[in-house]
Structures are given as structure tokens and as C-alpha cells.
Write a protein that binds this ligand. Structure first.
Ligand code: GLU
Length: 290
């Protein structure tokens, strides 16, 4: 099975930029004959009722999906099993560093801040025991590369940092990078269309996928929606949710189509005319109506 997906975090309502990304993910899946899956990434930052409203918004603009909605909070056995198998291969280690210690550690020139330099990679039993008495460890991947290359339909060949990234946080929550990769593999997702704020995560995820014996998906990292100040669109920018826009008489799907240079009022119409080659490479500046 080949599939694309949309994987929202239920931390609040989707805004028009998120909905546009969902429409693009749906279009890319459907135009290539793939299934389209919805996965709720609810391991962290869950706001009660947000999932229901997000799904209702997708349905309201005409997005359909295949099979039941999958929730990450229901899949911890799967993540634990993958962590255990990576552990059995010697590919994980415990890390006791705080976020602050990592940010303050000396970094190599040109390295983005926060890249983990392997401080806890080779601790002795005794050092580990001493540190474990102070705080519970995160679990990191023992990566044997420093960069990895992915192919992206919009960005071309993209090479990015792969450090010993976190697989499970110190508070026991499975990290997004692990959960997303494991789920994509298990759900047969071979096409990942999402916001380009996640482009820098793709090399880490693709590398992990290869360690798990999977072929990395095709990536399409699409430009985000920005506000009039050129900053990432946010709820505080005004009428940005489907509910708010609909209340002002805006046809949200038609507006998304327009942002892609097309005219359509249903996803089906859009599918008939959408050409990925003409997808805008620039962010979409959205000024909410008043
Ligand atoms: N849950 C992530 C988000 O809402 C998306 C993850 C992904 O598409 O890989 O930003």
C-alpha cells in the first residue's frame, strides 16, 4: 500500500495555513493514486476537543481519508518495541544533559545551536548511575553519520544535520522523530507532504527509517502561510480558523485554491486542475479579513 498522510498535533484549532498544508497533502496523495491517512500526533501538547474540531474542519472543506484515524497515544507498545530493538542493536544510549547544558556546550562553526555533540555517548556504568540518581535520562540514537541527504520534490536534494537525536524524552514521552518515523513505516506512508518548517527534521527521520530497514518516503515540504509582517501565521493574527472565516462568509477551500493560483470550490475540482509543477515556492502571505 502506498499512502500519503496529514499528521496534525491536537494542540489547538487548525488555521488556514495548516488547512492549506492538509489540502496539499491530500492533493499529492490522491493525484498519485495513494491512500490518504490522518494521524493524530497526540503524545504532547493536547488540548481537549482540538482533535474533534480539527477533523470536523477537514471534513467541512471536503477532505476525505482512508481507514480509521490513528492516534499516537494508542501506540506506545509499538514505539517501546522499536526502542527495545534499537537498544538490542546497541543503537541507543541514555543522556542526562539538560536543554541548557546542550545549548551552552561549545559547538562547531556552522553548526546550528542545539545540535547534540555526544556528551553522554560513552559514559561509564558508574557515571551513568551517578547521573541517574539526579534525573531520569532521555534516550538518544547512537548515530554513525553527521549528515544525511533526502530528496524533496520542491527543495531538490537536501542535506541536513543528523546528530544523536532524542528518541524518548527524560519524562518518558516518546519523541516526535521516533513516533512519526515508526508510524510512517507501519502505516505504509511513502509520501510525506508537510510544512517546510520540518525540512530540517527530514534527514534525521530518513536516516532513522533506513536504520529500521525502510526506504525513506518522498518528501514535499511546502511553504508555510505567513502574516502581513512576514511571520508564521498564528491564531492571534485574527480570523484564521475555518470557523472564523466561514462566519465572515469566506469559502475556505476556494481561498486555498486561490492561494495556489487556481479556482475551485471543492477538493475534487482542485484535483482536476492542480499541477504540482506550478505550486508556489514562496510562502503564502495571508491577511485575515475583518
Ligand atoms: N505533528 C506535526 C505538526 O503538526 C507534523 C508532523 C509531520 O507531518 O511529520 O507539526
Amino acid at each position: 500500500m502506498a499512502a500519503g498522510r496529514f499528521a496534525p498535533s491536537p494542540s489547538g484549532d487548525l488555521h488556514i495555513g495548516n488547512l492549506r498544508t492538509a489540502v496539499l497533502a491530500w492533493l499529492h496523495a490522491r493525484r498519485t493514486g495513494r491512500e490518504f491517512l490522518i494521524r493524530v500526533e497526540d503524545l504532547d501538547r493536547v488540548r481537549p476537543g482540538a482533535e474533534e474540531r480539527q477533523l470536523a474542519d477537514l471534513t467541512a472543506i471536503g477532505i476525505d481519508w482512508d481507514g480509521p484515524v490513528v492516534r499516537q497515544s494508542e501506540r506506545s507498545r509499538l514505539y517501546d518495541a522499536v526502542l527495545a530493538s534499537l537498544g538490542g542493536r546497541g543503537l541507543v544510549y541514555e543522556c542526562f544533559c539538560t536543554r541548557r547544558e546542550i545549548l551552552e556546550a561549545p559547538s562547531a562553526p556552522h553548526e546550528p545551536p542545539g545540535v547534540y555533540r555526544g556528551t553522554c555517548r560513552n559514559l561509564s556504568e558508574l557515571e551513568r548511575a551517578e547521573r541517574a540518581a539526579v534525573r531520569p535520562p532521555a534516550v538518544r540514537l547512537r548515530s554513525d553519520v553527521s549528515t544525511f541527504v533526502v530528496e524533496d520534490e520542491l527543495h531538490g536534494t537536501y542535506e541536513g544535520v543528523v546528530d544523536d537525536f532524542v528518541l524518548r524524552r527524560g519524562d518518558g514521552v516518546v519523541a516526535y522523530n521516533l513516533a512519526a518515523v515508526v508510524d510512517d513505516i507501519h502505516q505504509g506512508v511513502d509520501q510525506v507532504v508537510r510544512g517546510d518548517d520540518l525540512l530540517a527534521s527530514a534527514p534525521r527521520q530518513a536516516y532513522l527509517a533506513t536504520l529500521l530497514g525502510a526506504r525513506p518516503p518522498t518528501y514535499v515540504h511546502v511553504p508555510l502561510a505567513l502574516n502581513a509582517d512576514g511571520r508564521r501565521l498564528a491564531k492571534r493574527d485574527g480570523a484564521v480558523t475555518r470557523e472564523q472565516l466561514s462566519a465572515l462568509g469566506v469559502d475556505v477551500l476556494a481561498l486555498i485554491a486561490q492561494s495556489l493560483g487556481l479556482s475551485a470550490s471543492t477538493p475534487g475540482d482542485l484535483l482536476a486542475t492542480y499541477d504540482p509543477a506550478s505550486m508556489p515556492h514562496q510562502p503564502w502571505v495571508f491577511v485575515p479579513p475583518t
